[in-house]
Design a protein. Structure first.
Length: 257
C-alpha cells in the first residue's frame, strides 16, 4: 500500500509549526508560482494559524513531473490530498490561477458536505466572467517572458538567467494554459463566504469582474480593492494578512460591500 503521507507531502508544504486545533489556511499559487510564495504568510501566522501551501507539479523539487493540464484536473488531484489533511476548520486562499483553483476545490468540498470557513479569491475574474481568447500559453518563449515581466510578480534575475528560465518555462506555459483554457461549468453557488481582493490597476481583472464573485455564493460576500497591479499583494501584505487573521478568528459573517 502506498505511503499517503509521503505522497501528500509532495503537495502540501508546512513551513512553520502551528498550535493544535488552530484554523488551517490552504494557499494556492498563481501561474508560474510555487509554494514558497506563501512562506512569509506562514511565518507571520504561526503558531495561531496553520498555513498549508500547495506545490504544483512541474517546478522546483517537482520539476520532472508533467505540468498542469487544466484547473479541473489539478483540483481533482489536490482534493483527495486535502480531504486527508484538513480539519473541520479551514479556509482557502488563491491568487490569480490559484483563485480559480480555490473555487473549484470549494465546490468539491461543498459536494461532500464540508464547508470552508471562507474562500479568499485574489486577482482573478469571477468564474462566470472568465476571459476567453487569452493566448499567452501559445506565445513564444519571449512572449511568455514579456507577459510575466509586465505583471511584475517574478524576480527579473530569474527571467534574465537563461538556464533558470529554461527550467521555468515549461511550467509557466502549462500554468497559463490551465488558467486561460478554464471552462466554467454552471452549478450551485458555494455555501461558504467569498472574500475577493484585487489591485485597482490590475490588467487581469476589473472591479466589475471581481464583484461578480458575489453570484457564486449564497453566503456573505466582500470585495477589497487595493492600490496596485496584479501583484498588489507585495505592497499590502500586512493589511491582507490582518484581514485574513480577522476573518479566521471570527466566525461572524463577512461584511457585504
Amino acid at each position: 500500500m502506498a505511503d499517503t503521507r509521503s505522497a501528500d507531502s509532495l503537495w502540501i508544504r508546512r513551513y512553520r509549526e502551528a498550535d493544535d486545533g488552530v484554523p488551517q489556511l490552504i494557499c494556492l499559487p498563481h501561474a508560474g508560482g510555487s509554494a514558497p510564495y506563501y512562506l512569509p504568510m506562514a511565518r507571520a501566522f504561526a503558531p495561531r494559524l496553520e498555513v498549508m501551501a500547495i506545490q504544483y507539479p512541474g517546478r522546483q523539487d517537482r520539476l520532472r513531473e508533467p505540468g498542469l493540464k487544466s484547473v479541473d484536473d489539478l483540483a481533482d488531484q489536490i482534493f483527495p490530498v486535502l480531504q486527508r489533511n484538513v480539519s473541520d476548520d479551514f479556509a482557502l486562499f488563491g491568487h490569480s490561477l490559484g483563485a480559480t483553483l480555490a473555487f473549484e476545490l470549494a465546490r468539491r468540498f461543498d459536494a461532500v458536505g464540508v464547508i470552508p470557513r471562507v474562500t479568499f479569491v485574489s486577482g482573478r475574474t469571477a468564474p462566470s466572467r472568465h476571459r476567453f481568447g487569452c493566448t499567452v500559453h501559445l506565445a513564444s518563449a519571449a512572449g511568455i517572458v514579456a507577459e510575466v515581466r509586465s505583471l511584475s510578480g517574478t524576480d527579473d534575475q530569474i527571467l534574465d538567467d537563461p538556464e533558470v528560465l529554461a527550467m521555468a518555462l515549461p511550467a509557466l506555459r502549462s500554468d497559463y494554459r490551465a488558467a486561460e483554457t478554464y471552462d466554467y461549468r454552471p452549478g450551485p453557488p458555494l455555501a461558504c463566504p467569498i472574500h475577493a481582493m484585487i489591485g485597482d490597476a490590475d490588467p487581469m481583472v476589473t472591479e466589475d469582474e471581481a464583484r461578480a464573485w458575489r453570484d457564486h455564493t449564497t453566503a456573505p460576500f466582500a470585495l477589497d480593492v487595493y492600490r496596485g497591479g496584479h501583484f498588489y499583494l507585495a505592497a499590502h501584505a500586512d493589511r491582507i494578512m490582518r484581514t485574513i487573521a480577522d476573518r479566521l478568528s471570527d466566525r461572524g459573517p463577512v461584511d457585504a460591500d
